[in-house]
Design a binder for this molecule. Structure first.
Ligand code: NI
Length: 169
């Protein structure tokens, strides 16, 4: 298991659509372990997607349980979601988001308040889960990466909703 280098905006690979996972090989298992290590190596990291480390596969990992807001709300702990699809969504929330691939900025982004997600777990078994609040934001953010969408693409006002920061946290 290892911490992988993260592609940084404006790397064009971040704009590509990732392919579904069809076989649960040892290579896929190793990639998931590396994603987990890479996410946890970043202070404040609550999610990462396979395309951000150069593997255009529809795999995300999310864990908001150690985050100051995520830990206060219902969450599922460490999640591996493969080929995830949103079956239903509702409500709205505006949350300040960051991204390991865009280390210099944060932005206020509007997301659904809750999502119902259909995915496969790391063994290929179907999981259907409902997520709310901050965890739902992280899932929506990471799922966007699978379609080549970055939070900058969802900013409503460049003048008022983007913020520069000194370091990733
Ligand atoms: Ni991101």
């Amino acid at each position: 298991m290892s911490v992988l280098p993260i592609l940084i905006f404006p790397d064009t690979r971040l704009k590509e659509k990732s392919a579904p996972v069809s076989e649960f090989t040892p290579e896929v298992a190793a990639l998931i372990a590396d994603l987990q290590d890479t996410m946890h190596a970043s202070a404040g990291g609550v999610g990462i997607s396979a395309p951000q480390v150069g593997f255009p596969k529809r795999i995300i990992v999310v864990d908001v349980s150690a985050h100051r807001r995520g830990s206060q709300e219902h969450n599922h702990g460490f999640l591996v979601l493969i080929n995830p699809e949103i079956l239903a969504r509702g409500g709205r929330q505006i949350v300040r988001e960051g991204c390991m691939s865009i280390p210099d900025y944060t932005a206020n982004i509007e997301r659904a308040q809750w999502v119902l997600v259909d995915a496969l777990d790391r063994t290929g078994k179907q999981v259907i889960l409902e997520s709310i609040g901050f965890e739902a934001v992280a899932i929506q953010h990471e799922m966007d990466h699978l379609d080549g969408i970055l939070f900058l693409d969802r900013v409503i006002s460049i003048k008022t909703d983007i913020f520069r920061r000194k370091k990733y946290r």
